[in-house]
Write a protein of this length. Structure first.
Lengths: 41, 299
């Protein structure tokens, strides 16, 4: 049963996840900006 | 800002993913419930009051925000398309579920004539899903709106007060253990792991006719994570990447599996495109949808 669940969830991810191009931009400044900050969400 | 009261499905997903989002951002995340108007209050705040610095985020049900625009809902002062889109969590696994003593298959429901369909707020997401599914599946429905929250609809279903309802599978499928409810169709891309015998909508209806194909698409989108308009692109992309990592975090996935939360991530560009398609539907179609969503009454 556990294996079936894992397989189904895995399939779900395969179906919906798309690889974006987030890595193309230099995000180091953004990373430094958010470090230790408080986000309300 | 979570646009609902504590205890609902949006709240549950926020509390599941929130700590892992914080981990991958390297920040603290405070979850704040700001209910009101089907997440409109939270969305309005982030759109017009919060600074565009990425430190205030809203996490509302995506389709509700789009529908609020289409129906011209009072109090809406945002443009969905102008928000800074971080991503979408958990494309929904809404599942059409029946009271088992009456129905065991979707064909039973169709043959029954008029069935009572339990809803929370008229004009909201569950109502939209009800309209869309009943149209696509050819079910004659009498909507019974006014239940305070989705757990109350579930209770009404379990007591036989209503015949069918469609809500996130995680919330409804627990009733299957007691043999009281029957999941008939799930709207996810794949069968829900907790209901492996229940077909997806795509398995039952191979080609969904227009305009319901677009309606189904927006109904299947989950919860948008958005920030204020004007957030710098590097911060938006950084938050987007952190959200993606959070949703794929192995520890988080273990917890999701344990609590039977079906969870996934949709790129912001894809979600925005779905919302755009819906917002740009022809005026006649918008008019029809507005008419269908004008439902009043209490159970």
């Amino acid at each position: 049963m556990k294996q079936t669940l894992s397989a189904a969830i895995g399939l779900f991810f395969l179906a919906i996840t798309q690889v974006g191009s987030s890595q193309d931009m230099d995000l180091s400044k953004a990373r430094a900006y958010f470090k230790g900050k408080t986000i309300t969400g | 800002m979570i646009g609902s009261t504590p205890g609902g499905s949006v709240d549950g997903y926020s509390r599941l993913v929130g700590p892992y989002f914080a981990k991958h951002v390297g920040a603290k995340v405070i979850l704040q419930n700001r209910p009101g108007g089907g997440s409109v209050a939270a969305f309005n705040y982030v759109y017009s009051k919060a600074k565009p610095n990425g430190l205030s985020l809203a996490f509302p049900i995506g389709s509700t925000q789009v529908l609020s625009k289409i129906t011209g809902r009072a109090g809406v002062n945002y443009k969905v398309e102008d928000m800074s889109w971080i991503g979408v969590v958990a494309p929904t696994s809404n599942t059409l579920t029946a009271y088992k003593k009456r129905f065991k298959t979707i064909e039973d429901v169709k043959r029954a004539g008029r069935v009572r369909w339990g809803l929370t707020r008229p004009g909201g997401n569950s109502h939209f899903i009800g309209i869309t599914l009943s149209k696509v599946l050819g079910i004659d429905v009498q909507f019974v709106p006014g239940y305070s929250e989705s757990s109350s609809v579930r209770q009404a279903l379990l007591s036989g007060e209503v015949d069918v309802a469609a809500y996130p599978a995680t919330l409804f499928l627990s009733g299957t253990k007691e043999g009281l409810v029957m999941p008939l169709i799930t709207m996810g891309d794949n069968r829900h792991p907790a209901a492996p015998d229940t077909p997806t909508l795509q398995e039952v209806i191979k080609k969904i006719p227009s305009p319901f194909d677009t309606w189904i698409e927006i109904a299947r989108v989950g919860w948008f994570l958005v920030s204020s308009p004007g957030l710098s692109e590097d911060r938006r992309q950084f938050l987007s990447l952190a959200l993606k990592k959070a949703v794929h975090d192995p520890e988080m996935l273990k917890k999701a599996q344990k609590h039977q939360f079906l969870i996934g991530y949709l790129e912001p560009g894809k979600a925005k495109e779905i919302a755009r398609k819906m917002l740009e539907m022809p005026a006649s179609e918008k008019k029809e949808l507005r008419q269908l969503l004008k439902l009043q009454g209490k159970p």
